[in-house]
Design a protein around this ligand. Structure first.
Ligand SMILES: C[S@@+](CC[C@H](N)C(=O)[O-])C[C@H]1O[C@@H](n2cnc3c(N)ncnc32)[C@H](O)[C@@H]1O
Length: 206
């Protein structure tokens, strides 16, 4: 697996348990150093500082799953396009990537409280995938923040043409994303406690 822009490892903590090998790439030396320290006990992560647009640490056709969340929303179209081109080289034949990026380009007159990249839209990301020989198979447009009328963000799923995940482009508009996230967050502690080592018998006694 590959994670682009992990920051301090908020999602890395989950990916490491799901991957045989996990490559994390961030342009911040501070973040990569923090992840190296945080995940010192995990033997399957390799750590790389990059230039903010390329994946030179990643071998051709080596990635089954690439992931990036809450980071590429700020990158402009040239950087997103560069990463998509790199993914077309790095993804395995049946690989798939999930990228969270801006959709603010679809709202030229909207305010921009979360500093989304103005040159990026879901449509432009899909076109970049096609231009790189990839297929953009799913896109979810979501709001970020209290204004549900502006779907400023997009989750894009892409895969090599002809892969097991290839299919027609599907897109949904989801103005309820923030409410759904809040609902999940309110219940998360129920399941986090069980996975933190509390035995079933202790839970049954309560
Ligand atoms: C807000 S943090 C989020 C980190 C993590 N994904 C999370 O959800 O907690 C943004 C991270 O993206 C990294 N970043 C921003 N632009 C990047 C780029 N073009 N290439 C690689 N990393 C980038 C920053 O260095 C920072 O670590």
């Amino acid at each position: 697996m590959l994670e682009i822009a992990p920051g301090f490892g908020r999602w890395t903590q989950f990916l490491t348990g799901l991957a045989q090998r996990l490559i994390i790439v961030d342009l911040s030396e501070t973040c990569i150093a923090a992840c190296r320290q945080r995940f010192a006990g995990a033997g399957n992560i390799s750590y790389h500082v990059n230039d903010g647009r390329s994946l030179t640490a990643v071998a051709d056709r080596s990635i089954d799953f690439a992931f990036s969340f809450d980071s590429l929303v700020h990158v402009e179209a040239d950087v997103l396009q560069a990463y998509i081109a790199e993914l077309s080289r790095a993804l395995a034949a049946n690989g798939v990537a999930f990228l969270h990026h801006s959709n603010l380009g679809a709202y030229p007159d909207a305010s921009n409280p979360h500093m989304r990249a103005a040159s990026v839209s879901a449509e432009r990301a899909a076109a970049a995938c096609e231009g790189a020989g990839l297929r953009c198979v799913a896109q979810e447009l979501v709001s970020w923040g209290p204004d549900a009328s502006v779907l400023s963000d997009c989750f894009t799923v892409l895969t090599p043409a002809g892969s097991a995940w290839d299919g027609e482009h599907r897109l949904i508009r989801n103005p309820d994303f923030m409410a759904e996230a809040a609902c999940s967050a309110a219940r998360e502690h129920l399941y986090a406690r069980a996975s933190a080592g509390v035995s079933a018998s202790v839970l049954a006694e309560e």
